[in-house]
Design a protein around this ligand. Sequence first.
Ligand code: NAD
Ligand code: UDP
Ligand code: UDP
Length: 353
Amino acid sequence: FGKQQQQQHIRHMSTGAKIPLGLKRKALRVVVTGGAGFVGSHLVDKLIARGDSVIVVDNFFTGRKENVMHHLGNPRFELIRHDVVEPLLLEVDQIYHLACPASPVHYKFNPVKTIISSSFHACLLTTNVVGTLNMLGLAKRVGARFLLTSTSEVYGDPLQHPQKEEYWGNVNPIGVRSCYDEGKRTAETLAMDYHRGELVNVRIARIFNTYGPRMCIDDGRVVSNFVAQALRKEPMTIYGDGNQTRSFQYVSDLVNGLMRLMESEHVGPFNLGNPGEFTMLELAEIVKEVIDPDAKIEFRENTEDDPHKRKPDISKAKDLLGWEPKIALRDGLPRMVSDFQKRLFGDHKEKLS
Ligand code: NAD
Ligand code: UDP
Ligand code: UDP
């Protein structure tokens, strides 16, 4: 037998990397912009659970205090009401930059509000552009790692299917959606420029349609619309003929992917999405199965430039991050439904029957 004892290891919670036993992982100071929102609040839960100190920066444009209320009073949690369009001085190790008025009712139907911040002081500058610039400036000053939550919308109405990260996309620069698509494309550009020019340690995630508990009930996204409509006994509104496709990812899968990416040594961009692809007609059928077999559907005129299909190629995230989603739509949907039931009707389940 050799003299040296074999070193024992534990696995790092988010990366799966081996950590020698006895070496405790250093708790990090992490900022989550947009942390009171849907995705951000789930990310905060996981960061707090692994022992980090978390500062949420949010202007509550689409986010809600209720999403993070359960951490108030925890000395490792701080909530700051702040618009990222304004500069921000903090000392942190990591920045997850999620802040963005991302819900369709706020950009498809009110584009000016997305592209021009409500902040009077920066009235000509955008949340995606100026907010991202400020957070990159912060990352540069304190040497923090910076993760941008970009979107599958950067692929526009894609001519390649499924979409790989190498695809440059097919975006209408002057359409109703372009405030969101082009805002995120510019945010990616800024992140890469700060990476190349200022040596900021950046990470880029391109997130595909995500659903789960705490989604805004009336923000106009398709899963939240269908679930809320079926629960309220209203017809589910299908825009267009319903043959357009999307790929729906459960929020905990996304949060695992974001944390893996942040801890990895890869810049990206990485597609983070569930490759299961559904037409809106199929989605409506699944919501019927889960909530109410008698639910009706109603067809409405579609919005302009609606992408015909969307499905992530996640080979890159699988190979380099060892990540893939685990929760299928039929398994994730019921978890979201019980959250919506509580928020819509309290605990009075009889109202549903
Ligand atoms: P969300 O609207 O629930 O969360 C966004 C949060 O950002 C909200 O809490 C909002 O109040 C905050 N915010 C908006 N503008 C701000 C500003 N100027 N300053 C500070 N805070 C601000 O949306 P989400 O679904 O949780 O999205 C989070 C991120 O993920 C966004 O960047 C979004 O573009 C991206 N994304 C989400 C999806 C999805 O399907 N949910 C898909 C692709 C990309
Ligand atoms: N910034 C910030 N917090 C910081 C450092 C910078 O909000 O801790 C903002 C700053 O106000 C600027 C942006 O980030 O608008 C870009 O900063 P950078 O230092 O890269 O550019 P400069 O200020 O030199 O133009
Ligand atoms: N959609 C729909 N009914 C709704 C809301 C949306 O049929 O009540 C459609 C919309 O036209 C699009 C798809 O569902 O084809 C996804 O829309 P969402 O706004 O959720 O996401 P995105 O278009 O950004 O992928």
